[in-house]
Ligand binder design. Structure first.
Ligand code: NAP
Ligand code: 12T
Length: 341
């Protein structure tokens, strides 16, 4: 990307849960936008969306759509990214892709700016940069300072993921099922295989041959790539809960070097993108409803795992639409602008 005062930016999937948040994040962070172009499916033809007080038309994609665009933020699903990200890159724009399509491609950097912004140096290989999975992003923000200080041997993570991770339709389904159940009506399950209202589903994304879900294996594989260390062992259980926004995670971390809970609090308090929110004596710990709309990953319940020599347990919460998706993508774009200077 060449140095400019302002950039032509595109959001592909602009009408979705992540796309909407991308537009809001570009505006809130005062990203140097010369012109914003918005794309979605034919279903959105004729719609407009607001940016900096102006109504911007939503366009459909064609082979020439990306001409003149400097940066394209993609959040229209893996199938669209598979087809359109290379076309966009071919037109000379840098793609920041939110889908799982390109994450494990060896020619595509997988970036969380607090952890591995140095990997952006080789983004020209394909012209595509991948945004990691939402559950992985908030976890690696916390793992990185601990790994640097004490070398992580193994992580056991259990997630409690909100329905907004699946998109707009899933948020509508949770609301509709909740209303119907409270009115003694029959419920419909379209997005998830089971009732999500008043329930907990140990199932996110598809099941694989090894008995894990794709979401669980994304956490394993993406963590190694982002941290640049294949030796970290990690096992995950990913769970959907009837919450609209924010993913919560229980982390059990085993390190080579001993860290006390106070060492961890001190380390994380200094680390970028983290708020230590940990005063159990006052019932203070991170909660989904409190962290919604926030940029940082909140950490609490920091305590020793007394069953092993060097183990720490903690509870972390982040807004999956912000740090888990839109904010991380915009932070990557900000780094690219910095690098072009
Ligand atoms: P969503 O609310 O369902 O939105 C999907 C968006 O894609 C809508 O704007 C939709 O437009 C657009 N779209 C669908 N088909 C299209 C087509 N053929 N051409 C152009 N646009 C099309 O989903 P979401 O939650 O925002 O998620 C979008 C994608 O982002 C996901 O599929 C996933 O790959 C990724 N994502 C990543 C993370 C992460 O972990 N980093 C988190 C959440 C989502 P219409 O409104 O016109 O249908
Ligand atoms: N199935 O980007 O349903 O890989 O919460 C993100 C969120 C996939 C992804 C979800 C998913 C992704 C979900």
């Amino acid at each position: 990307m060449i140095k400019k005062k302002k950039y032509v930016v595109a959001v592909v999937g602009a009408t979705g849960a992540v796309g909407n948040e991308m537009i809001a994040t570009l505006e809130q962070r005062d990203f140097p936008v010369e012109k914003l172009r918005l794309f979605a499916s034919e279903r959105s033809e004729g719609k407009t969306l607001e940016f900096q007080g102006n109504q911007i038309p939503v366009e459909t994609l064609n082979e020439d759509s990306f001409k003149g665009i400097d940066i394209a933020l993609f959040s229209a699903g893996a199938e669209r990214s598979k087809i359109w990200a290379p076309i966009a890159a071919e037109s000379g724009c840098v793609v920041v892709d939110n889908s799982s399509q390109w994450r494990m491609d060896p020619d595509v950097p997988l970036v969380v700016p607090e952890v591995n912004s140095h990997d952006l140096k080789w983004h020209n290989k394909k012209g595509i940069i991948a945004n990691p999975n939402c559950s992985t992003i908030q976890m690696v923000v916390v793992l990185k300072p601990i790994h640097d200080a004490a070398k992580i041997k193994r992580v056991v993570v259990t997630t409690f993921q909100s329905v907004s991770g699946t998109g707009k339709k899933a948020m509508d389904e949770l609301l509709q099922q909740t209303t119907d159940l409270l009115n003694f009506k029959e419920i419909k399950c379209n997005v998830y295989p089971h009732q999500i209202a008043f329930n907990v589903l140990p199932h996110i994304d598809k099941f694989l041959e090894n008995g894990y879900t794709k979401e669980e294996m994304k956490m394993v594989n993406e963590t190694k790539k982002i941290m640049g260390d294949d030796s970290i062992r990690l096992t995950a259980t990913t769970v959907r809960v009837p919450v609209f926004r924010c993913h919560s995670e229980s982390l059990n971390i085993e390190t080579e070097k001993k860290l006390t809970p106070n060492d961890v609090r001190a380390l994380l308090s200094k680390a970028p993108g983290i708020v230590v929110f940990d005063a159990p004596e006052k019932n203070v710990y991170p909660l989904a409803v409190g962290v919604a709309g926030k940029d940082e990953t909140y950490v609490g319940r920091i305590r020793e795992d007394e069953s092993i020599e060097n183990g720490i347990n903690m509870w972390i919460v982040a807004d999956n639409l912000r740090k888990g998706a839109a904010l991380n993508a915009v932070q990557i774009a900000e780094k690219l602008v910095e690098m072009a200077k």
